[in-house]
Design a protein around this ligand. Structure first.
Ligand code: H79
Length: 589
């Protein structure tokens, strides 16, 4: 089996979006509904009386359920409460502009009428009904883009599909036959029977060759030239990039991205997963992703009756209510002109307008460092009556532009309150890391210079904002940053987990700045309280202190002196290297 890091996809650069760019609707939408619905909703995470801990739709694989046993579930599939109009209405109410539904997941069962075999919702269930016909009609009627999820590689039902080696020995498989007999004929059906399809959301590229991924892509584009192809077609051949599931990047990304995420912890319905993310969490995550250049594709897993769990409905409506008031700061926006996050919130932009998204009430006099463009007005979104006074100055010692806004009278509405700044021109900002008004400095991977003491670096700065393939002590990262306040700073190094791997610590790193050196092993001293930590804990190691005698420009370099690498270089989803995130400098009070 070939090892592929599905987060390591090629980065097309962000192009201007002309009127006819097929990505235009997707870029403007920013928020979509994912729907995982299939036979796995029947066992719903309970197998032979046991509640399983993993994602529900993986049960057939995890329990090595024989095809004949799993296929028998179809006889029980009769969703009496399926209501396509209600599902699409829910997407609308949530403010979601596209919908991606599992036409065929890894279990190989087609949730639509197919002529390829009888293993489908029309022929194999007592329901005898194609829900995609209803969904296509309702999407058209209600103005939501219809997209299909299609598992192009893993297929545990077809003898030549990947990863079912309990029924079909791997050695006997002929993947080309699977593509020819199943994937392409089924894609043809999906792309010719339901009207315009916004995208085919391919997933889990694990065994297909580059030529195979390329031929699937060509096949889609031949049938519907404007249909998008998701980043997980494999080999960097998608129209946009996908990081790993439920991933939040540490800063703004380059190019087009989409994070797919769960509302609880499973994709397919499970009876016993009641750990729902709060509406506050969902709204903040949406803002976070959009500010970093990523769409948010948020999943619901309807049950076997077709009912969307009530906690999902309730939370999605709360997100929709927030978008109803603040959608102008989300839809059709561009990411933040600053690459880094802020402790107070996030920024999105639209032309000459900057939207400041506050995650908590700002101080009466709020400061923003590094905006060079003149601010004309500052107003709370949805309350144009009151303009807040602004003042722009230049820090004498560093030349850093500083904006002050007097927020007297601003009413903060949880969880996120948006203030719109109208600028005299498109925003122009200081490109380097800056000391923030809260006195911290954060040096993220995406803002570093990559260098090496060898002839060429082994590691990379990954498109997802983490280090990639960091396996050499020759490579280094270096940042120039601007400090306003000289003094002593606590230094924390933040690293995280590889996909589906435990955190690997014990790397010895050397940090140098202003002629000082700090050397330490990465140990798990604290987990950053961050949205990012939910699925990929952000592990902070305290490295000690740096003293900066002057304000102004400084340079900090990070280099490993000993890496504790796993014996096995690569696993299926990880490159085995150190996953570096960022360095945090905090003044010693
Ligand atoms: O459709 C949803 C998931 O079913 C699918 N992507 C989202 C959108 C997906 N999740 N995880 N994966 C695909 C790859 C999972 C690999 C694993 Fe394993 C299988 C993790 C545990 C079982 C491989 C085998 C790694 C450990 C054992």
């Amino acid at each position: 089996m070939r090892a592929v890091d599905i987060s390591a996809v090629k980065q097309p650069t962000r192009r201007p979006a002309p009127q006819n760019d097929p990505l235009r609707w997707w870029r403007e939408s920013r928020f979509g509904m994912f729907i995982h619905w299939g036979l796995y909703a029947i066992p719903a995470g309970v197998w032979q009386g046991q509640r399983v801990p993993y994602i529900g739709e993986w049960m057939m694989f995890r329990e090595k359920i024989p095809v004949a046993t799993y296929a028998a579930l179809a006889a029980q599939f009769h969703p009496r409460h399926f209501d396509a109009a209600a599902w699409v209405r829910l997407a609308k109410q949530a403010g979601m502009r596209y919908l991606v539904i599992t036409a065929k997941h890894h279990d190989g069962f087609a949730m639509y009428r197919t002529s390829v075999n009888r293993y489908n919702v029309v022929d194999a269930t007592p329901w005898h009904h194609d829900p995609m016909v209803d969904l296509a009609r309702e999407c058209r009627r209600q103005g939501v883009r219809l997209c299909f999820y299609y598992s192009q590689d893993l297929d545990w039902h077809h003898p030549d599909g990947a990863w079912n080696d309990w029924d079909y020995p791997a050695a006997a498989k002929n993947p080309a036959r699977y593509l020819r007999e199943k994937v392409k004929p089924q894609l043809r059906e999906l792309l010719t029977r339901y009207g315009p399809v916004g995208m085919i959301w391919f997933d889990t590229p694990l065994t297909l060759t580059k030529a195979q991924s390329a031929s699937i892509r060509r096949f889609v584009k031949k049938l519907q030239p404007r249909c998008l192809v998701s980043g997980r077609i494999g080999h960097g051949l998608g129209d946009y990039n996908l990081p790993r599931d439920n991933f939040l990047p540490p800063g703004r990304l380059e190019g087009d991205w989409e994070t797919c995420a769960t509302l609880n912890h499973t994709w397919g319905f499970k009876t016993h997963d009641h750990e729902w993310k709060s509406a506050e969490n969902l709204i903040t995550t949406l803002v976070d992703l959009v500010s970093k250049g990523a769409n948010y594709l948020l999943n619901i897993g309807p049950d076997a009756d077709g009912v969307v769990p009530a906690p999902s409905v309730q939370r999605l409506r709360a997100v929709g209510a927030w978008l109803e008031r603040n959608g102008d700061a989300i839809y059709g926006t561009s990411p933040s002109p600053f690459r880094n996050e802020f402790s107070w919130g996030r920024i999105t932009t639209k032309g000459r307008r900057l939207f400041l998204h506050f995650f908590s009430a700002p101080p009466k006099i709020f400061h923003l460092h590094g905006l060079r463009t003149r601010v004309r007005t500052a107003r709370a979104l949805g309350d144009a009556r009151r303009a807040f006074a602004t003042r722009q100055t230049t820090d004498a010692a560093t030349g850093l532009p500083i904006l002050a806004i007097d927020f007297t009278g601003l009413r903060f509405r949880a969880p996120v309150t948006v203030v719109a700044l109208d600028l005299a021109a498109a925003p122009d900002v200081e490109p380097q890391p800056l000391q923030q008004p809260d006195a911290t400095v954060t040096l993220i991977t995406g803002m570093a210079r990559l260098g090496t003491d060898a002839t060429a670096p082994t590691g990379r700065i990954g498109g997802n904002g983490l280090t990639e393939n960091w396996r050499s002590t020759d490579d280094w990262l270096e940042w120039d940053f601007t400090l306003l306040r000289p003094g002593a700073y606590e230094v924390n190094v933040v690293t995280t987990h590889q996909h589906l791997e435990p955190w690997s610590g014990g790397h010895t790193l050397r940090l140098t700045a202003d002629g000082q050196t700090l050397r330490h092993k990465t140990t798990s001293d604290a987990i950053l309280p961050s949205l990012r930590s939910a699925y990929y804990p952000q592990i902070a190691t305290s490295f000690g202190r740096f003293n900066f005698a002057n304000s102004g420009r400084h340079t900090l370099r990070l280099q490993a002196t000993r890496l504790k690498l796993p014996k096995k270089n690569k696993t299926l989803f990880s490159d085995g290297g150190m996953q570096f995130v960022e360095i945090r400098l905090t003044p010693v009070s």
